[in-house]
Design a protein around this ligand. Structure first.
Ligand SMILES: [Zn+2]
Length: 351
């Protein structure tokens, strides 16, 4: 739900609650001015009797006005807390909801209405809450490192097999726990702040996975290499700083990061996103001679196939060699890619 619709719903609820409160406060005047009996219509001051209503009229009016009003306020409260829970990631500790201004009664009514369920003491969720977010809240932590990448709209190659959490205290079973934190939580759902997520990933994940996350954040303009380096001091962070040296913010996709690290690890002279006259921008130029292009799904479209053919021919006419690879080849069979690239670079094409 967007912030705007969230605000609109809250405003509507507050307005209806204010109206009902005004009706309740006005009730004594209403009862005094109205001598209502079952089966009769109400006669107000100026049009009917001015005497105080008897106890039967008071009770009947109570039934007609107060009980529905109470029910509406109750249901408005539960709708409120349900909307908030959705905004907060569909799972939360009840302490979090109380901190947001909801009462235990709001929570109980919503659970009673089947709008949310209690997972265990102190934790509630909406039906269909994401399992990783549920796991984080049940472990009293926040998703971080590789487990938080998609929640921060960062690239990811593989999903970690275990949950990686930022837990200030305690440790749940079968999760990878990170303790250090340098920034507060910056999203309403149970996910660590972006800088914490990146720093945990740089210290914890395989270098290619960490580099992909940081490259993605860099491309979105949400961090800088200098800022991250500033939070990685000393010898113990040497490996994490070396991962930052692999990131340059030029990749158009995660597999371009994988391929760049692959070629650089082989000691090749690698240029990325090079604009060659008459050909256009190529993904990689290796040793100034071999063009390597990585094909996404768009390269299967007829228009793109025609464009690629023209580029390939132009490349060959200009004296370049060209190799093209897809996602599966780069990610699952990198050695074959490296072998073929070396074969071309060394001029050992055997016919
Ligand atoms: Zn981790």
């Amino acid at each position: 739900m967007t912030d705007l619709s969230q605000d609109a719903i809250l405003l509507l609820l507050r307005a209806s609650q204010a109206f009902l409160l005004a009706a309740l406060l006005d009730f004594p005047t209403f009862a005094w001015r109205c001598r209502w009996q079952p089966g009769e219509s109400c006669r107000h001051a100026g049009t009917g009797a001015q005497t105080r209503g008897d106890s039967a009229a008071w009770f009947c009016t109570w039934l007609i006005w107060i009980l529905p009003a109470g029910a509406m306020v109750g249901s408005a409260g539960s709708m409120d807390v349900t909307s908030y829970l959705k905004y907060a990631g569909s799972v939360a500790r009840t302490a979090t909801l109380r901190k947001a201004g909801f009462s235990d009664r709001n929570i109980r009514v919503a659970i009673g209405a089947g709008q949310m369920r209690r997972l265990r003491h102190g934790v509630v969720a909406l039906p269909g809450a994401a399992p990783d977010l549920v796991g984080a809240v049940l472990a009293n932590g926040l998703l971080s490192c590789g487990s938080a990448s998609t929640h921060h709209r960062l690239w990811r190659l593989h999903q970690p097999t275990a949950l990686h959490l930022l837990c200030r205290h305690g440790a749940a079973k079968d999760v990878v726990v990170h303790r250090e934190t340098v920034v507060p939580q910056d999203v309403p759902w149970p996910v660590a702040g972006l800088t914490d997520v990146l720093l945990h990933g740089l210290r914890c994940l395989p270098e290619v996975e960490a580099a992909i996350m940081v490259e993605s954040a860099l491309l979105q303009g949400r961090t800088t290499l200098d800022y991250l380096r500033g939070h990685l001091p000393g010898n113990r962070n040497g490996a994490a700083r070396r991962v930052l040296d692999l990131v340059d913010g030029t990749a158009g996709s995660p597999i371009e990061v994988v391929a760049r690290l692959l070629f650089r690890s082989e000691g090749m002279f690698v240029q990325t996103q090079v604009d060659l006259p008459g050909i256009g921008i190529v993904d990689f130029l290796l040793e100034g001679f071999l063009i390597v292009e990585l094909d996404g799904e768009t390269h299967l479209q007829p228009r793109q196939v025609k464009k690629d053919r023209l580029r390939n021919n132009a490349s060959t006419l200009d004296g370049y060699a060209v190799l093209r690879y897809g996602y599966a080849q780069v990610v699952y069979n990198p050695q074959k890619v490296v072998d073929e690239v070396w074969q071309v670079l060394r001029g050992r094409v055997v016919r």
